[in-house]
Write a protein that binds this ligand. Structure first.
Ligand code: DX5
Ligand code: ZN
Length: 226
């Protein structure tokens, strides 16, 4: 089943609780929260205090995407604030395996994220420990950028890597996802789709979510007879 995770980066920051309700009422399962530190990426966005204030307003899964240097220094604040999933960039720490353990020890699910320029091998040793792998399909930092097609091969390879390891690891994609690019990423194996501008910028949010979710895709194993 495909999970839709609207990114509140494209929402009205003056009315975040209402903006979250709007997309969950329209069928979204997760709320994707983009945390930027002005160092790993140029802008500064949302801190743990905002997540804590939003937590009592929604039952949705809070999917926190940390685009920050030294993520290990931030995990506890976001876990305490009520994050359900905490995803960090492998480019931002020398101790990714330990960060996963830290996230789990605080009762959250752990995700590992890859920039478009980072090879899949950077997370090969982490897949069996992580709950999700996030493949960035734009360079992190801004909403509304163009989908980078070359990441489709990475998603596909990741799908098979997870299968081979018999790991329980979701594949999330983030950046430039809309009704068209959604088809390709779902075919490649992604099951959690982040979308900011394509959802919050749509005239009909429920329709946009439905279009991005699309029709269910059945993946065939290589050793299965068709
Ligand atoms: C990019 C963020 C994304 C962003 C996606 O740095 O991680 O979550 O909000 O926005 P769209 O869907 O507009 O590309
Ligand atoms: Zn994101």
């Amino acid at each position: 089943m495909t999970i839709i995770a609207p990114s509140i980066l494209s929402a009205d920051f003056g009315h975040l609780a209402d903006e979250i309700k709007k997309v969950t009422d329209a069928g979204a399962e997760y709320i994707h929260i983009d945390v930027m530190d002005g160092s790993f990426v140029p802008e500064i966005t949302i801190g743990a205090g905002v997540v804590k204030a939003l937590r009592p307003t929604s039952k949705a899964t809070f999917d926190v995407h940390l685009m920050v240097e030294h993520p290990e220094t931030q995990i506890k604040s976001f876990a305490d604030a009520g994050a359900d999933i905490i995803t960090f960039h492998v480019e931002a720490t020398n101790h990714a395996h330990r960060v996963i353990q830290q996230i789990h020890s605080l009762g959250c699910k752990a995700g590992v994220a890859l920039n478009p320029g980072t090879s899949l091998s950077a997370i090969e040793e982490l897949i069996e420990f992580a709950d999700l792998a996030l493949v960035m399909t734009v360079n992190p930092g801004y909403g509304g950028q163009k989908f980078i097609e070359s990441q489709l091969g990475k998603i596909h390879m990741l799908y098979h890597m997870i299968e081979e390891l018999e790991a329980e690891c979701d594949i999330e994609v983030d950046g430039g996802i809309n009704a068209e690019t959604s088809v390709d990423v779902r075919e490649a194996g992604a099951n959690i789709l982040v979308a900011g501008s394509a959802i919050y910028g749509a005239p009909d949010i429920a329709q946009a979510i439905k279009d991005i979710r699309g029709k269910e895709i059945v993946h065939h194993h290589h050793d299965e007879e068709e």
